[in-house]
Design a protein around this ligand. Structure first.
Ligand code: NI
Length: 164
């Protein structure tokens, strides 16, 4: 399965709610976790593989594999922090991004069971990054415009270099 990259409209849509959590959704979630592992990522959202549905997975070192279906961020801390992010859909581009330090999220797992989770640090960051994908938002959108322009230019140059 190929990862959708920057420039594709598929990354810019609002993902649709998953109406039924069935075997197909479980298989999708497991496939996404495989991709995260293969591509050395720590998270992946449906739109990144062309699936415009509200699902994402995370797998950070030292943390379990996690699946979030139809998630809602129900609490965010006032305290923010800055940390370097990248994205499988924008390979080669990294930047510090300011985000809330801790969050509370409600979602369903692949068995159709609802759960809430409090997260902080890197897990909170990955969850917010992946949640953004469901809204058609990328981490570069959270940067000042001049910084974003520079990074997009850099990305385009990297792609050009790769093609020649
Ligand atoms: Ni991403």
């Amino acid at each position: 399965m190929q990862i959708v990259t920057l420039g594709s409209e598929l990354l810019r849509q609002k993902a649709e709610k998953i109406e039924q959590i069935d075997d197909e959704v479980t298989a999708l979630a497991n496939k996404m976790l495989e991709i995260v592992k293969t591509d050395n990522g720590i998270g992946l959202a449906g739109p990144q593989i062309g699936v415009n549905r509200r699902i994402f997975v995370t797998h950070i070192n030292n943390d379990e594999k996690r699946i979030f279906i139809n998630p809602s961020i129900i609490e965010t801390s006032l305290k923010t922090c800055k940390y370097e992010e990248g994205c499988l859909s924008i390979p080669g581009i990294y930047s510090n991004v300011i985000r809330c330090e801790s969050i509370k999220i409600q979602a369903w797992n692949e068995k159709g069971r609802p759960f809430t989770l409090e997260a902080n640090g890197l897990l909170a960051r990955v969850i917010l990054h992946e949640y953004d994908h469901l809204e058609g938002t990328l981490f570069i959108d959270r940067l000042p415009e001049n910084k974003r322009k520079k990074l997009v230019e850099k990305y385009e140059n990297l792609n050009k270099a790769e093609k020649t």
